[in-house]
Ligand binder design. Structure first.
Ligand code: FES
Length: 105
């Protein structure tokens, strides 16, 4: 089944290294621009209930500022402890000048 995409930002809204909190189907997500590509992951860290919005993007990685785990933005997997569970990732596409994310469903 084709995912249901929803527009969440203008394509030029986020500069590389910036992120934006969004909500889709009642779920809190983070839209990230990493090196010019957009990625979308759950907003909350998989280690503890802490917002990754307070972290930072380095290359294609998202760093949690509470305990320092890095996550690969492409597949959500943690790259170092203490986090050991991946973040859920969501398909992103750019259409007609808008960034669209596939709703969690
Ligand atoms: S809350 Fe993110 S690494 Fe601990």
């Amino acid at each position: 089944m084709e995912p249901r995409y929803q527009a969440v930002a203008r394509a030029d809204e986020l500069q590389p290294g910036q992120m934006k909190r969004i909500e889709l189907d009642g779920r809190k997500l983070l839209l990230c621009n990493a090196e010019g590509s957009h990625y979308c992951v759950d907003e909350m860290c998989s280690h503890e209930d802490y917002s990754l919005y307070f972290g930072c993007i380095q290359g294609k990685k998202l760093k949690c500022s509470l305990h320092g785990s890095y996550f690969n933005l492409e597949d959500g997997r943690p790259l170092n402890e203490p986090a050991d569970c991946p973040l859920r990732t969501y398909p992103v596409r750019v259409v007609g000048g808008q960034v669209e994310v596939a709703a969690p469903g």
